[in-house]
Write a protein that binds this ligand. Structure first.
Ligand code: CU
Length: 268
């Protein structure tokens, strides 16, 4: 272990001890498994609001293109923690800018930004997942509904802490020192985006898009997205990328119809 890593581990262990000595309710860092026993809070319709489920029949779909020359891939240096490095036979590149083979951009968070005001949506009973595997977050970008459970798992034989710096919901910083540990968290307010980092492994970062409705997606290897089940209407759809920022487009879609939206991010 390098002295730098040891200093970081000491920092995190100190944090665990500090939290553990806090008294009262057992905290995440000292609990082996911390599946939150509280029931998911279902969204309530605001006064005069209309409570609807995602049962519309309109779809907004599209792609996120990338133009220009992509920055060359940057390699993640994991040598500071042999438990991380030993899990990778091949080089690992930073997931910040990933241009797909078809010229599209990966890891873009797509969501309906405007057009659903006055409607409320119950949080789904299914959980989102954030895994720490090979000292990388899987996935790198994810979406959650307000109140939806997020299961956070450590799949590595090394200490990770998950420091999610929410500003609209309560932020949290929990330690998962051993393989197989699982904790569950929720965000209580929309926020684009919540950044989560590991203070032990400075290359680890994940972004969570928290929205008040189920109409969101993250682009993958094809750079495409589909927001299905929308009520007919006019919407502002946003595409967010950690390096290139946010773009929006307005789109109108009818019941049973599919409207297309094309985003394009340019190399800087
Ligand atoms: Cu870590």
């Amino acid at each position: 272990m390098t002295s730098r890593l040891r200093a970081r581990v000491t920092l995190v262990v100190g944090l665990v001890v500090a939290i553990g000595c806090g008294g009262g309710k057992p905290q995440d860092a000292s609990a082996k498994s911390n599946s939150d026993a509280r029931p998911i809070q279902l969204a309530q319709a605001p006064e005069g609001g209309e409570a609807v489920q995602p049962t519309g029949s309109a779809t907004v779909s599209g792609t996120v293109k990338f133009s220009g020359t992509a920055p060359s891939a940057e390699r993640v240096k994991m040598d500071a923690d042999p438990q991380c490095a030993m899990q990778h036979k091949e080089a690992v590149n930073k997931p910040e800018v990933v241009v797909n083979a078809n010229g599209t951009l990966k890891h873009v968070f797509i969501y309906v930004k405007q057009g659903l005001e006055g409607k409320t949506f119950a949080a789904p009973t299914s959980s989102g997942s954030l895994n720490q595997h090979g000292c990388m977050y899987e996935p790198h970008v994810l979406g959650l509904q307000v109140g939806q459970r997020l299961d956070i798992v450590n799949s590595d034989s090394t200490l990770h802490n998950v420091n999610c710096k929410a500003t609209k919901s309560k932020p949290f910083n929990l330690a998962q020192p051993t393989k197989g540990m699982k904790s569950s968290k929720q965000f209580t307010a929309p926020e684009i985006m919540v950044k989560c980092v590991c203070n032990v492994h400075p290359w680890m970062a994940a972004y969570v898009g928290v929205v008040a409705h189920p109409y969101f997606a993250v682009t993958g290897d094809e750079g495409s997205f589909s927001l299905a089940g929308l009520p007919a209407g006019t919407y502002t759809v946003a595409a967010w990328h950690e390096k290139y920022g946010e773009q929006t487009q307005d789109v109108t879609v009818a019941d049973g119809a599919v409207s297309s939206v094309a985003f394009e991010f340019k190399a800087q």
